[in-house]
Design a binder for this molecule. Structure first.
Ligand SMILES: [Zn+2]
Length: 99
């Protein structure tokens, strides 16, 4: 078995993927610290572009079964009108009340 171009390409893709994931986590954590958020659960105050209503959205960095992750944004259904939109959840982080 030789260390061919395919193995090098797979290694390169893995390194880039890990790098993007680490950058995303660092961005989420640093933004969370700046607004004084405690714990891993983040809260964002989002405005739905479809119905214009505001709602609070609690989320955990890196994991969700009900939304599509797009880096600092999330593609998910509005809880009020149930229409799907892209929400900038990291940009709209707010401080969660204690407890
Ligand atoms: Zn809506």
């Amino acid at each position: 078995m030789t260390f061919g171009p395919l193995a090098i390409a797979i290694t390169a893709v893995a390194v880039v993927g890990i790098g993007i994931f680490a950058y995303y986590l660092a961005m989420v954590v640093s933004k969370g610290r700046r607004v004084g958020t405690r714990g891993i659960v983040q809260r964002s105050r989002l405005t739905c572009p479809k119905c214009g209503k505001e709602f609070d959205y609690d989320w955990i960095p890196g994991g969700s079964l009900t939304a599509v992750r797009l880096g600092p944004s999330r593609y998910m259904a509005c809880p009020i009108c149930h229409k799907w939109s892209v929400f900038p959840i990291v940009q709209n982080l707010v401080e969660r009340p204690p407890g």
